[in-house]
Ligand binder design. Structure first.
Ligand SMILES: Cc1ncc(COP(=O)(O)O)c(C=O)c1O
Length: 389
């Protein structure tokens, strides 16, 4: 294997892994939930980790200009976004980053907007800081054309909620589980409304390195000056390069007034994160491009292979090929598996997916499938669904 040709190992090897994906279920269950990839880690990341461990360089995290430099180069090169390195902060993970930003931007009882179905921990983070959650859900418009967004966000409804008085809009951009990229028009309108109604936009951009051509991710702070006046981005190398266990994320702003508020975060936000994670992330952003492109190519094949498999073997399952990241959002309604299809598939087929109801009460007939694995495992997963029917 090389970084030019990233291939997932056999199931027997994956079963030896210690992570949540591989420890969360009995060994006879094929696990396809949890957003970890089954691919071997990039060489530049291995190199920096091995070097630091071999030098016993495992203390508390000091200043890390390497991370700001690497991230800045990556943003410039991939998206033409020039960051302000002086406003880059480090947190243990994106969850911690969002929670800590919320602590300084809001007070308990303030209202925050999300758009479901969305990454289920958004609710947990919001509960942690005791905010009131409002929702303008995405609406399924349906489309057989995979290049068109099947899920739309009614921005007039969003404006009504902004006008009613909220503090924060928490965006998932690109979107998990819909695999959807926000358009320039959508983000521009969100930024303008946020400025008009005094709303902060926190943009969780953890999935942004993993975008399929011809789709183009637009970083919220790279959009325009209005976005920079209202926005804070929280992101990480952890999804793109599959290093979630290393615990390192980035909080970034590009506006002096917002920077002044973020200065109120305790210094511990930095010190609670991992030295290995920070240097692995720096290596990922700086030197991990070859590996990333190879993984995107493999994922691109997998997302299309899944479409072909479903068309051939389970044509009643609805699946819109995602524009980013590595989860497929499958509507299993036509299979008539009862209230909780994922539970039935787990019991009868020994195959695990994330249940749709955790992303939104309205999407209980969906499951989320992680296709960042080998074609063999994806095929086996579909066969196990068929066996469960
Ligand atoms: C949108 C989104 N944000 C955050 C996370 C978790 O990130 P972290 O482990 O850095 O908190 C995930 C994980 O799947 C995610 O999909």
């Amino acid at each position: 294997m090389s970084d030019n040709n990233v291939v997932a190992p056999a199931l027997s090897e994956l079963l030896t892994h210690h992570s949540e994906k591989w420890r969360g279920f009995p060994a006879d269950v094929l696990p396809l939930p949890v957003m970890e990839m089954d691919f071997p880690v990039a060489q530049p990341i291995r190199d920096v980790l091995l070097e630091m461990v071999s030098h016993s360089d495992l203390g508390y995290l000091g200043t890390v200009p390497e991370l700001a430099d690497g991230f800045a180069a990556f943003c410039e090169q991939r998206w033409g976004w020039t960051i302000d390195k002086s406003q880059l902060r480090i947190a243990a993970d994106v969850g911690v980053g969002v929670v800590e930003v919320l602590r300084v931007l809001t007070s308990p009882g303030d209202r925050i907007l999300v758009n479901t179905p969305v990454y289920h921990n958004f609710s947990n983070w919001i509960n942690e800081v005791r905010l009131e959650k409002l929702d303008v859900p995405f609406v399924y418009e349906g489309s057989d054309n995979d290049d068109v967004n099947a899920w739309t966000l009614n921005l007039d409804e969003v404006e009504k909620v902004y006008a009613s008085g909220i503090k924060v809009h928490l965006l998932c951009s690109p979107h998990n589980p819909l695999g959807r990229i926000y358009s320039r028009e959508e983000l521009t309108r969100i930024a303008e409304m946020a400025k008009k109604y005094g709303v902060f936009v926190i943009s969780d951009e953890i999935h942004s390195p993993l975008v399929y051509k011809p789709h183009q991710f637009i970083p919220f702070l790279g959009l325009n000056e209005t976005a920079r006046e209202v926005g804070v981005t929280v992101t990480s190398a952890s999804k793109g390069w599959n290093i979630a266990g290393l615990k390192s994320a980035i909080i970034i702003s590009q506006n002096d007034a917002i920077d002044a508020k973020l200065k109120l975060m305790p210094p511990a936000v930095h010190f609670r994160s991992s030295i290995l994670g920070a240097y692995a992330s720096a290596a990922a952003f700086k030197d991990g491009g070859v590996w990333l492109d190879s993984v995107i190519e493999q994922l691109d094949q997998n997302r299309r292979m899944l479409k072909d498999l479903l068309s051939a073997k389970l044509p009643s399952v609805k699946y819109h090929v995602p524009q980013s990241s590595y989860v497929a959002w499958l509507n299993l309604e036509a299979l008539n598996l009862g209230e909780n299809p994922s539970q039935v598939l787990l019991e009868r087929g020994k195959v695990a997916f994330n249940p749709g109801h955790v992303f939104s009460a309205q999407t209980s007939q969906y499951v989320r499938l992680n296709f960042a694995t080998s074609p063999t495992i994806i095929t086996e997963a579909i066969d196990r669904i068929i066996k469960s029917l």
